[in-house]
Design a protein around this ligand. Structure first.
Ligand code: 13P
Ligand code: SF4
Length: 327
């Protein structure tokens, strides 16, 4: 077994073993639960105990009795679970699974930014590091951002970060004027408005579903804007049979599973030669790494105890508001 500098276990898995069965057996033996995000490869979604959006992953972490939590998602999702459950072992199959939004907002830069706006509340998207969460008054996900922003008085001065697209969208639907951090997701920024307009001409009966991390010009074309869970719910409840989907391609697995009679078309990226609809960070996790991670109980997420306590406050606030709102 070898290990790189941040702990990804790269032991090869023998072709002889039934990896799906072995993962299930290891979970049972170690009393572990697998939480997966909708952007994971379908092989991981299919084996997970729960598949959901960022809010659901945090909510499941908060209520599980399992002693070990394997988060199949990106680093901030594992870190959030660890902050919620400091006494549990939290694993992520590949610790290199970062996030361009979290990377765009280093805590020391945010701290300087906040100093320029005395008296402002700080609302942080969950796609941030523990250190950024620790500087925040409340954390939000795309499922509850609108309601949490609206829970502040109308004249409250607010800094929102790090996603400028989500921030702009929330400003536009709430009439707020939050000061925005200038970050963006490299997957959601790359959808081509021109190609989406062409697709819409080809499929005039289709509806456009978009994640709020997309640019405002893409959101302007959307019939429904929402978190991954919300896009899935909308597509499932709609009578429409064709959807153009502007978010990461992993969500199509559950969309197709729940709606085998409907057609889901990925919104085209600007660069048609890339696999831009896939989050390269999310896709670092594989079944092999999941197996190794359960077997060797690494790589593990660690959060400094004091930092974790500070970061828990705004996360707990988000969980409490969401529970009150039935989200
Ligand atoms: P959701 O919370 O909508 O699942 O989004 C997470 C994410 O990282 C989107 O890029
Ligand atoms: Fe981060 Fe974008 Fe990947 Fe979501 S899709 S995890 S925001 S890099």
């Amino acid at each position: 077994m070898n290990k790189n500098s941040i702990g990804y276990v790269s032991a090869p898995v023998s072709k002889e073993i039934d990896i799906v069965k072995s993962i299930k057996d290891l979970c049972k033996k170690k009393k572990a639960v697998i939480l997966a995000h909708y952007y994971q490869d379908k092989s991981i979604q299919d084996i997970a105990d729960y598949v959901g959006d960022s809010l659901a992953l945090a909510q499941w972490a908060a209520k599980t009795n399992a002693g070990m939590i394997v988060v199949c998602g990106v680093h901030f999702m594992g870190e959030t679970a660890k902050i919620i459950c400091p006494d549990k072992k939290v694993l992520v199959p590949d610790l290199n699974a970062g996030c361009s939004l979290a990377d765009s907002c280093p805590a020391y830069e945010l701290e300087e930014f906040i100093k320029q706006y005395p008296g402002y509340k700080v609302i942080s998207y969950v796609n941030t590091t523990a250190a950024v969460k620790a500087l925040s008054d409340v954390v939000v996900t795309s499922t509850n951002a609108r309601q949490i922003v609206e829970s502040f008085p109308k004249d409250e001065k607010i800094i929102f970060g790090p996603d400028r697209n989500l921030g702009n969208y929330i400003n536009s639907i709430t009439g707020r004027n939050m000061v925005l951090w200038d970050g963006a997701c490299h997957v959601h920024e790359q959808f081509s408005v021109e190609k989406m307009v062409e697709l819409k001409k080809q499929y005039p009966e289709s509806l456009v579903l978009a994640h709020p991390e997309c640019k405002s010009t893409v959101l302007a074309l959307a019939d429904h804007v929402g978190s991954t869970a919300s896009l899935l719910k909308y597509a499932t409840e709609s009578k429409c049979k064709t959807f153009i989907v502007a978010t990461e391609s992993g969500i199509l697995h559950e969309m197709k599973k729940k709606n085998p009679d409907k057609l889901f078309i990925l919104a085209p990226p600007n660069d048609s030669t890339c696999a831009c609809n896939e989050c390269n960070f999310m896709r670092l996790n594989t079944l092999e790494k999941l197996y190794n991670c359960l077997k060797f109980e690494m790589p593990e997420i660690f959060v400094d105890k004091e930092l974790g306590k500070k970061a828990l406050r705004p996360i707990q606030k988000m969980l409490d508001i969401s529970a009150k709102l039935g989200l």
